[in-house]
Ligand binder design. Structure first.
Ligand SMILES: NC(=O)c1ccc[n+]([C@@H]2O[C@H](COP(=O)([O-])OP(=O)(O)OC[C@H]3O[C@@H](n4cnc5c(N)ncnc54)[C@H](O)[C@@H]3O)[C@@H](O)[C@H]2O)c1
Length: 317
């Protein structure tokens, strides 16, 4: 049993990570400013500190107690990063540097596992995207995530802080905010189809995404803690399986056993046409690949929602 710090532990992915750590018998400290995170997401056994990742005294007090830090706090909104450039930069890059620096200041630096993003690739047409693909972030959010990876190299090279970064693709699962630019479409479609309401597809629905289920992401985060290194390795977390938005709707229809009307609207400006990752490096390093495909993840997600699980049960009997 060990003690870990999870930043962003009240958020979507962070709260699932806290559940898994607590399930394994670990003590969990959470640092979250509750800007997008919710108290109801948090496992009651976790110890919450409401505060900012840029608060040096607080991060020092927390990090000096733990054997490792999972850093998931971020303003995870591309739109917000474009609207509030400097403010999001303060969290998404400066906050990450503060955590690396805090670790470096300890008698023995603790490893930091941090969330990067497929946004570092931007609109790179070379599919599937490997960690060696050209990085061409299009937004302040993507640039900050890429900069975190470079700062992780500084943390290792100059300050001997072991780190490991994961470039998450489109993570989905329970507790996801429907407005999430990543897989919010899954929450929106699921809620609307369950209520027999029509759904809107922007563009022709042929856009490709690599949807990865949150439990797979949590599993790799946990494995990552054992592999943090001063060489600052970075891995895609993806399935390598392409799902179109139209295909997503069809998968939902087949799980729920009925269809709703699909309305087609103009493609959103700036929407990336295709995003598909190559998990080879991840699989090689961790001897494991994503276990959930889109259908399995959707089914588990729908079953965890009370109203929907009742509906699926009725379909099954
Ligand atoms: N969801 C995805 O598909 C996806 C894809 C790529 C990368 N990511 C990254 O994964 C991480 C987790 O994303 P998520 O989807 O769970 O987002 P989320 O918004 O649900 O969680 C982020 C958490 O960080 C907290 N937070 C924000 N700013 C903070 C600050 N300055 N100090 C302390 N806490 C702060 C928020 O309150 C929230 O609880 C983020 O770093 C995000 O950029 C997510």
């Amino acid at each position: 049993m060990a003690k870990y710090l999870v930043t962003g532990g009240c958020g979507f992915i962070g709260s699932h990570l806290c559940d898994a750590l607590i399930h394994q018998g670990h003590d969990v400290l959470v640092l979250d400013n509750l800007s997008t995170g919710k108290l109801e997401n948090l496992n009651p056994s976790a110890q919450l500190y409401v505060g900012d990742i840029n608060d040096k005294m607080l991060t020092k007090m927390l990090m000096s107690q733990v054997v490792g830090c999972f850093h998931l706090a971020a303003i995870a909104s591309v739109v917000r990063s474009n609207e509030a450039w400097g403010e999001t930069h303060m969290t998404n890059q400066s906050g990450t540097i503060n955590l690396f620096e805090t670790s470096a200041g300890l008698v023995k630096p603790v490893p930091v596992i941090y969330a990067s993003s497929a946004a570092v690739y931007g609109d790179n047409a070379a599919m599937p995207l490997t960690e060696r693909s050209v990085v061409r972030p299009l937004t302040a959010y993507g640039v900050d995530k890429l900069a975190c990876e470079l700062q992780a190299q500084v943390a290792g090279r100059i300050h001997k802080v072991p780190t490991l970064g994961f470039r998450f693709f489109n993570v989905f699962g329970p507790r996801q905010d429907p407005s999430s630019p990543y897989s919010g479409v899954i929450s929106i479609f699921s809620n609307r189809v369950a209520q027999h309401q029509n759904i809107t597809i922007y563009g022709d629905g042929s856009q490709i995404r690599d949807f990865v289920y949150v439990q797979d992401v949590v599993r790799f985060l946990l494995l990552g803690m054992q592999q943090a290194d001063i060489k600052a390795p970075v891995f895609n977390i993806c399935t390598g399986k392409a799902s179109s938005i139209k295909g997503l709707a069809q998968t939902l229809f087949s799980i729920l056993g009925y269809e709703v009307e699909i309305i087609y609207a103009a493609k959103k400006a700036g929407d990336i046409q295709h995003s598909l990752g190559d998990p080879s490096r991840l699989v090689q390093q961790f001897q494991s690949c994503a276990e959930y495909d889109l259908g399995q993840g959707l089914l588990e997600m729908l079953q965890s929602s009370h109203a929907l699980s009742h509906h699926i049960y009725q379909q099954a009997v």
